[in-house]
Design a protein around this ligand. Structure first.
Ligand code: NAD
Ligand code: FES
Length: 283
């Protein structure tokens, strides 16, 4: 069992959990993820490890409440336990000193870009980070990211904080007024990662994206997370989760991720009905 040692609400539907898991805390690197089950009735969900503390034996996860399992998780409190947390899974992000690099976090993807920003900074890069959100209330981890970035640019769609526009507008401004960039790392909604990759392609600018297909076992056995990269089938859990953005078939990824959208919606609605009626909170 894995104890929740801290819980904090970061924004509407975004919750931070600190979970006791000494082995994972010792071993994890930027880019690694875990697969967790809340209880023995639950499905497995993959979550990027946002941070860790080897001394206290804890890892940090940030969860967006979008379906039944993430809703169930969001109801857990400090002191509660989770059934299993398996990891660290996946490959660490390729980190090297490339001079100036741009890291982009869109919405909840800001949580996933944080460990990459930190690792790139520790490797000696000059790190420019762009955070994109729909409005100022959805901007997360601003202090933590500014502490490990040389430049932080915030873009909100309604202009309530920072530049008005999308992350690609901020990237375009930055590229026009600055010199050479070694690489771009982008994590966020799939349309965002596709837009960033399309934008950087004509510049032949190396672009890494972190793919989030449906996952089950996280060990390369089930095939649920297959993606097409450079015309080849890859498994995001063991070959990724990061891939070269210019090679990814984003249309296929979007279509596959939509496959169970109706079932997920029905499952969440049933769960919320049961909760409101004071019934089961699993099943
Ligand atoms: P959102 O839709 O609010 O978008 C956040 C920001 O991303 C926007 O403000 C904008 O700056 C940028 N963006 C979005 N679409 C864009 C486009 N077409 N072109 C250019 N920029 C664009 O984000 P959200 O609601 O926080 O995101 C939720 C989605 O992100 C979920 O579907 C979730 O599964 C996914 N996600 C992916 C990862 C990953 O590992 N890739 C991690 C966490 C969440
Ligand atoms: Fe099963 Fe990747 S999640 S192969």
């Amino acid at each position: 069992m894995f104890e929740i040692v801290a819980k904090e609400s970061l924004a509407p539907v975004l919750t931070k959990f600190v979970i006791r898991s000494p082995f994972i805390a010792r071993k994890r690197k930027a880019g690694h993820f875990v697969i967790l089950r809340v209880d023995d009735h639950g499905e497995r969900i993959p979550l990027t490890i946002v941070d860790s503390d080897a001394e206290s034996g804890t890892i940090t996860l940030i969860v967006q409440t979008i379906g039944k399992t993430t809703k169930l998780l969001s109801l857990k409190e400090k002191g509660d336990t989770l059934l299993d947390v398996a990891g660290p899974l996946g490959n660490p992000t390729p980190i090297e000193n490339l001079g100036t690099v741009v890291c982009i976090g869109g919405g909840v993807g800001t949580a996933e870009i944080f460990p990459i920003v930190k690792a790139l900074k520790e490797a000696g890069n000059r790190v420019v980070t762009i955070i994109g959100a729909r409005n100022k209330d959805l901007v997360i981890l601003e202090r933590e990211i500014s502490e490990v970035s040389d430049t932080l640019i915030i873009a909100t769609e309604d202009g309530s904080r920072g530049l008005k526009g999308l992350v690609t507008d901020a990237l375009s401004d930055y590229i026009q007024s600055n010199g050479h960039i070694g690489a771009v790392y982008a994590v966020g909604p799939i349309p965002m990662m596709r837009a960033v990759s399309n934008f950087t392609k004509p510049f032949d600018l190396k672009t890494f994206v972190s793919l989030n297909p449906l996952m089950m076992d996280g060990t390369g056995m089930c095939g649920a997370c297959r993606v097409t990269v450079g015309g080849e089938t890859k498994f995001a859990c063991v070959d990724g989760p990061e891939f070269e953005g210019h090679m990814v078939d984003f249309d296929e990824l979007i279509a596959r991720n939509r496959a169970y959208a109706d079932l997920e919606k029905q499952s969440l609605e049933r769960f919320e009905r049961e909760l409101a009626e004071g019934g089961l909170i699993h099943g």
